[in-house]
Design a protein around this ligand. Structure first.
Ligand code: 5GP
Ligand code: MN
Ligand code: MN
Length: 481
């Protein structure tokens, strides 16, 4: 049935039902309220659909921020056998390597408050944003090829940051085996002018204050020492480039379904064998989009530092504006996971899900290897966001993954019906939050009421030992595309 069975606090399951084609169970990590919310849309049905894909292993995971998406739910994780399983563009999502990164400063709220408007305005002017926005760089075709292969390293080579930045990105911001040769002319055309831009809607740059510290040791390791300290959170992805890669390979996958005799319960799940020619091509193209997004976030980081330098008349090193970490939350890659007691290579699809590896895993950068990987869960522009720390529990429970946000609970159109721009502006203003957005709709559609309770989402992860609380950050200034 569609009603999940409670296994223990915060864990629910739908057992595999072979008569429905389910090959594995669906596991949902949520509290009662978050679960009830999921049951109001197709989240669970979509997870069940994913559990029918050939080669899917162990279970399909729905995280506490789960909601319905294209084919696969957002806030979902599915692992497929690397040899005999599938790879699916819809299991990664349209905004390939959408992700978040957090930058620390040594400024305190009292230093920033008097210049908040000036700072937010400076950030807003120096960081391109908006639906079709163009970045502030001109890329030739061969520049673009380099971006697609080198990712953050390309940005570092061109003066947008340092090696220290690359060291604290997932995959060092440069995943291997990306191939620009697998990218369509349309994707190139959309991508070339947009590198170094935030995009629109849910993408943002936020100036925050550390509100609570829960894990002093881990916070210290990340350079967070005090409540009131200022941080900057950047959320964006691969712009039109990744979107086009996803569209292109959805079409490729749909067309290859009969060739590989794949029967799907929902065409939106279109997938190809990971080891097939089409699978290889998608992987190489998707990896190119990963690198594009990492490079994009790196350039925005650089302009953020420059804006702070201008406003506070100090250098970025005086301001100690180090990158804490960068997570990808729309991604698929081959990793080793223990399944039925055996280590296996699996394609882990994280769609609206954040890797949350514990201490000791090779993939965790040296700086954090003895504590675990930092995880960021943004909430909304009016509430808060969390820094968590990947824990051993994640490996067994969720293929080393946790939530990626609070998750939307009100559609954009419903938000526009229920709120006005001045209402939203006023309630943010009452909380001391200054926002600059390109459009009125952008403000209204992103009203904090449109999102679920981020504290509840972080709690589920914390209580289950998937990723535990380090600090809570609250917004004081926001820019939105
Ligand atoms: P997605 O990647 O699915 O678009 O969204 C990531 C998450 O970011 C959303 O689920 C939401 O909780 C969060 N979010 C959206 N807008 C903002 C914002 O302006 N500030 C913060 N801190 N979080 C946001
Ligand atoms: Mn995102
Ligand atoms: Mn995105």
């Amino acid at each position: 049935s569609l009603i999940p069975k409670k296994i223990r606090e915060m864990e629910y399951r739908i057992e595999a039902d072979p008569s429905k084609g389910m090959k594995v169970p669906v596991t949902i990590y949520a509290d009662e309220k978050l679960l009830q919310k999921m049951l109001t849309d197709r989240t669970i049905q979509q997870a069940i659909n994913v559990s029918t894909i050939p080669g899917v292993l162990k279970h399909v995971v729905v995280l506490p921020d789960g909601h319905e998406g294209y084919g696969f739910p957002v806030g979902g994780v599915a692992a497929m056998d690397a040899e005999n399983g599938m790879i699916s563009p819809g299991g990664v999502g349209y905004d390939i390597n959408c992700g978040v990164r957090l930058i620390k400063t040594n400024l305190m709220e009292k230093d920033v408050r008097p210049r908040l408007k000036e700072l937010v305005t400076e950030l807003f002017t120096s960081i391109p944003s908006g639906v079709g926005s163009k970045g502030a760089v001109r890329l030739t075709s061969s520049d673009l090829d380099e971006v697609l292969v080198k990712g953050v390293q390309w940005a570092v080579d061109h003066g947008y940051g340092s090696k220290d930045d690359a060291d604290v990105c997932e995959e060092n911001g440069q995943i291997k085996n990306a191939d620009p040769g697998k990218i369509s002319p349309t994707a190139r055309k959309r991508g070339a002018p947009q590198l170094g831009s935030l995009g629109s809607g849910n993408h943002f740059l936020e100036v925050q204050r550390v509100d609570q510290i829960h894990d002093k040791e881990a916070a210290k390791k990340m350079g967070i020492f005090n409540e009131g300290q200022i941080t900057v959170l950047i959320h964006c992805g691969s712009r039109g480039f990744g979107h086009q890669v996803c569209s292109d390979y959805l079409r490729v996958s749909e067309q290859a379904l009969s060739k590989y005799k794949i029967n799907l319960v929902d065409r939106e799940l279109a997938c190809v064998p990971n080891s097939s020619e089409e699978g290889e091509s998608y992987r190489k193209a998707m990896f190119a989009a990963l690198n594009y997004a990492w490079s994009n976030r790196q350039m925005i980081t650089h302009w953020t530092r420059k804006a702070f330098e201008r406003v506070f008349k100090q250098t970025e090193s005086d301001l100690d504006m180090k990158l804490i970490y960068d997570v990808a939350h729309n991604i698929a890659k081959v990793e080793k996971h223990k399944i039925d007691g055996e280590m296996r290579s699996v394609v882990v699809h994280r769609k609206g899900a954040t890797r949350a590896f514990p201490q000791g895993r090779d993939e965790v950068p040296k700086k954090y290897r003895d504590i675990g990987q930092p995880v960021f869960i943004p909430g909304s522009m009016g509430t808060g966001s969390w820094i968590l720390l990947g824990k051993p529990g994640s490996m067994d429970l969720s293929f080393g993954s946790t939530a990626h946000g609070a998750g939307r609970m009100m559609s954009r159109s419903a938000a526009r019906r229920n709120f006005t721009e001045s209402q939203v502006q006023k309630s943010l203003g009452d909380k001391g939050i200054f926002i600059k957005a390109l459009t009125r709709e952008g403000v209204v559609e992103e009203t904090p009421e449109a999102y679920k309770d981020v504290d509840a989402v972080a709690n589920v992860s914390h209580e289950l030992g998937i990723a535990t609380k380090v600090a809570k950050l609250v917004p004081i200034g926001v820019i939105k595309g």
